[in-house]
Design a binder for this molecule. Structure first.
Ligand code: NAD
Ligand code: UD1
Length: 336
C-alpha cells in the first residue's frame, strides 16, 4: 500500500516507517520537524536499505499538503503528527488546539478532496481518564481528560467518528496507545526528547547516562503494590507492528475500528527502576516526591480485541524494553 505517514520522523512514527517498509509498503513521510530531526530519515535508510521520501511541511499548510497529495497520491494515512507535551499544553492550550485539531482537520479536508478516506490515528489511553475499570477494554467509557493535550486526542477521535457516520466511505482506525518505551534493537533510532524529559523511561536513561542526577518518583502513596503509579509499558517496535497489522481495517467497508495497543501488564515506577537496573547494570538513584498533578494510580490495557481482530500481540517483555532503551541512549547520548 502507498502510505503517507504524518509525524514520520518522530519517535513512534520512525519505528512504524521501518516496519512498514520492511513489510513491503511504499512510504512517504510528512513532518515539520518541530519535535524531530531530518537525520532520522537517513537512519531509517540505514536500517531498511532505502531512504523514504520526505516532505518537510506543516500539516496546517493546505497548499503544501495539496501539492503533496497531487505528487504522491497516497492510498492511506497513518497520522502521528501532533504536539504531545502535557505540561506545555496546559500553558499553551491554543497552540495545542491549533496544531493538533486544526492540523488534523486540514489533513482530513485534503484527504476528502483527493478521495483518500483511509486513516489510522494515534490516540492515547489518556482518553479513558481515570478508567472505570482495569484492565481497560475499548468499550470502557471515555473519561474526563486532565489537560488540553488529552482533549485534543479525545476530540480528534470524535471528529473521526462523526466522519464515519456522515460518509460510509471513510475507514478509520483509532489506536489507543498505552506507554511506549524502548527503541529499535539496532540502537539506530529511538526517543529523542527536547530538554528535560517528562516521561519516565527517557528520564531514567538520562540519569543512567549521567545527564541527570537522580529520578524524582512522583508519589508513593497510591493504592498499588508498592505505592507508585502503575502503567502498561509497551515496546515501541511492538506498537509499530500494530500499525502494520491495523492496515487490514482500511479495506473498503471497514468503517470505524478502535483498538487498545498495550501488553495487558502493569508495572509500577519502582518495578521499572529495578528492571532497568538489572538490564543495564547501572544504579538509578531516586527520591520520592509529591504526586504529579493529573496523574492516576493505575491503568493497563485489555489488548485482547487487537489480538482477536488484527492478529496482533505485543511480543517484547520489560527486559527487552529496558535493554533497548538503554542501548539507544548509550549509543546516542546527545540524541540525533
Ligand atoms: P513525536 O513528537 O516524537 O512525533 C510527532 C511528530 O509530529 C514530530 O516529529 C513533530 O515534528 C511532528 N509534528 C508536530 N506537529 C506537526 C505539524 N503541524 N505538521 C507536521 N508535523 C508535525 O511524538 P511520538 O511519541 O512519536 O507520538 C506520535 C503520536 O502518538 C502523537 O500524536 C502522540 O500524541 C501520540 N501518542 C504518543 C504517546 C507516547 O507516549 N509517545 C502515547 C499516546 C499517543
Ligand atoms: C503521560 C501523559 C499522557 C501521555 C503519555 C505519553 C500525564 C498526566 N500523562 O502518561 O497524557 O499520553 O505521558 O506521552 O502527563 N513518573 C515519575 N517520575 C518521572 C516521570 C514519570 O515518577 O520523572 C511516573 C508517573 O507519575 C507515572 C509513571 O511514571 O506514574 C509514567 O509516567 P509517564 O511516562 O509520564 O507517562 P503517563 O503519566 O502514563
Amino acid at each position: 500500500m502507498r502510505i503517507l505517514v504524518t509525524g514520520g520522523t518522530g519517535y513512534i512514527g520512525s519505528h512504524t516507517v521501518v516496519e512498514l517498509m520492511e513489510a513491503g509498503h511504499d512510504v512517504i513521510i510528512l513532518d515539520n520537524l518541530s519535535n524531530s530531526n531530518e537525520a532520522v530519515v537517513d537512519r531509517i535508510g540505514k536500517i531498511t536499505g532505502s531512504r523514504p521520501v520526505f516532505y518537510n511541511l506543516d500539516m496546517r499548510d493546505g497548499e503544501a499538503l495539496t501539492k503533496l497529495f497531487e505528487n504522491e497520491r497516497p492510498e492511506g494515512i497513518i497520522h502521528f503528527a501532533g504536539l504531545k507535551a502535557v505540561g506545555e499544553s496546559v500553558a499553551k492550550p491554543l497552540m495545542y488546539y491549533d496544531n493538533n485539531i486544526g492540523g488534523t482537520v486540514n489533513l482530513l479536508k485534503t484527504m476528502e478532496k483527493f478521495g483518500c478516506k483511509n486513516i489510522i490515528f494515534s490516540s492515547s489511553a489518556t482518553v479513558y481518564g481515570d478508567p472505570e475499570h482495569v484492565p481497560v477494554t475499548e468499550d470502557c467509557p471515555k473519561g474526563s481528560c486532565t489537560n488540553p493535550y488529552g482533549w485534543t486526542k479525545s476530540m480528534i477521535e470524535q471528529i473521526l467518528m462523526d466522519l464515519c457516520i456522515a460518509d460510509k466511505e471513510w475507514n478509520v482506525v483509532l489506536l489507543r496507545y498505552f506507554n511506549p518505551i524502548g527503541a529499535h534493537r539496532s540502537g539506530t533510532i529511538g526517543e529523542n526528547p527536547n530538554g528535560i524529559p517528562n516521561n519516565l523511561m527517557p528520564y531514567i536513561t538520562q540519569v543512567a547516562v549521567g545527564k541527570l542526577d537522580h529520578l524524582n518518583v512522583f508519589g508513593n502513596g497510591y493504592d498499588t503494590h508498592d505505592g507508585t503509579g502503575v502503567r502498561d509499558y509497551i515496546h515501541v517496535v511492538d506498537l509499530a507492528k500494530g500499525h502494520v497489522k491495523a492496515l487490514v481495517k482500511l479495506a473498503p467497508g471497514s468503517g470505524l475500528n478502535i483498538y487498545n495497543l498495550g501488553t495487558g501488564k502493569g508495572y509500577s515506577v519502582l518495578d521499572i527502576v529495578k528492571n532497568f537496573e538489572e538490564a543495564s547494570g547501572v544504579n538509578i538513584p531516586y527520591e520520592i516526591k509529591e504526586p504529579r498533578a493529573g496523574d492516576i494510580a493505575t491503568i493497563y490495557a485489555d489488548p485482547s480485541k487487537a489480538e482477536k481482530e488484527l492478529g496482533w500481540k505485543a511480543e517484547f517483555g520489560i527486559k527487552e524494553m529496558c535493554e533497548d532503551s538503554w542501548r539507544w541512549q548509550k549509543m546516542n547520548p546527545n540524541g540525533y
